[in-house]
Design a protein around this ligand. Structure first.
Ligand code: GLY
Length: 364
């Protein structure tokens, strides 16, 4: 069913959220990024589910080609970027082309990076198909590939020409992936909006058992999360200041991801990271007492892990964090909530270094 989409502003390009929008991708892409040729880039999981509908949504006269790469984070590489850009070139794509990124975070980041670099930059329209991509990675123009030294270390800021979010496609998303997306949803509430945090927490765990294929509550949650992301990222696209608050839970989370050998999904690692960082913030006297408990119980209700998994020690996480720190040639910085719905401003910045002792204490 196609309903009236919700339109969200603030990034200089349209963002639409609405059930059935997948069937309007062609029409809207042709308006937002009129081109001679369109490349739909997707992965081997999403292609059989939605590529046909997306291709069919273009005018019959439009030249639309499909490019599919193998699904999975391990394919978000310079090698896949090379294959895709070479395929575009040999198929005759030029400057007068646009890309549709159809898929989860890996597809959005990779296809976005292809768009950022192909012919020095062509338009991309993001059509996210996972919850984490809808509320986070498709919004704000970050594109990247992973390299042996770490995740997302080669990339570019390249804002899309538009973002189309159809919550109905979540009907085919695995529950575990849906739960991982809820970590970013709860993060948005924790950093920016107490009442939103309470509403999402109050809708759990029921939200897990309703049909993920759209419906009012889920659509509203997605739209409110996107609005928070737009407000924060839109104020600081290049991440010089306030955008860093979106990294709450990510300093520890990235280290947990690495220490777990990527057996945890990003959202699962971020869930553990948010609890640890809020607890560290409480120990350091930055975060109000009780904040960690509220975050922990909401994440638990979403079925997310809130402690290190068996086999991953605090020391291993600290070691991974140190590797990350060396990679970034800097100190480990943390964006911490003051209380639910409000981030701590420290001096004139949004991050604070924390001692290793405090971190080890909370990771115990
Ligand atoms: N995922 C955090 C950001 O886009 O800034």
């Amino acid at each position: 069913m196609i309903g009236q989409p919700l339109w969200l502003d603030g990034l200089g390009h349209p963002v639409a959220v609405g059930d059935g929008l997948l069937h309007r991708v062609g029409e809207l892409v042709q308006q937002w990024a009129p081109s001679h040729r369109y490349a739909v880039i997707t992965d081997s999981t999403v292609a059989p589910l939605y590529a046909g509908a997306v291709k069919a949504s273009f005018d019959q006269a439009a030249a639309v080609d499909l490019f599919t790469f193998p699904a999975g984070e391990r394919h978000k590489t310079r090698e896949t970027w090379t294959v895709l850009t070479d395929e575009l070139l040999t198929t005759g794509f030029g400057r007068d082309s646009s890309i549709v990124a159809l898929g989860g975070g890996v597809v959005g980041d990779l296809a976005g990076f292809v768009a950022a670099t192909f012919m020095r930059g062509i338009p991309v329209v993001q059509v996210p198909t996972t919850l984490v991509a809808m509320v986070d990675s498709a919004i704000g123009g970050k594109t990247a590939v992973d390299v042996p030294a770490g995740k997302n270390l080669v990339g570019a800021f390249h804002l899309p020409a538009g973002v189309l979010v159809d919550p109905q496609v979540l009907a085919t998303l695995a529950l575990r992936e849906f739960q991982a997306g809820l970590a970013e949803v709860l993060k948005h509430g924790a950093i920016a909006d107490h009442s939103y945090f309470s509403e999402v927490a109050g809708a759990l765990p029921g939200l897990l058992s309703v049909d993920h294929g759209g419906g009012g509550t889920l659509r509203q949650i997605i739209a409110r999360s996107i609005a928070i992301k737009i407000r924060i990222a839109g104020a600081d696209i290049g991440e010089a200041g306030i955008r860093k608050v979106l990294n709450f839970g990510h300093t520890v989370g990235h280290a947990v991801e690495l220490a777990s050998g990527f057996s945890l999904l990003h959202g699962e690692a971020i869930s553990i990271g948010m609890v640890a960082e809020a607890a560290a913030g409480e120990l350091a006297g930055i975060t109000e007492a009780g904040t960690t408990d509220a975050i922990r119980s909401a994440l638990r209700a979403a079925g997310l892990p809130v402690e290190l998994p068996g086999g991953v020690t605090g020391a291993a996480v600290m070691q991974a964090a140190a590797t990350d720190k060396k990679r970034q040639a800097g100190v480990l910085e943390f964006s911490l909530p003051r209380r639910i719905g409000e981030m701590a401003r420290v001096g004139d910045g949004w991050t604070v270094p924390l001692s290793e002792d405090v971190l080890l204490e909370v990771l115990r």
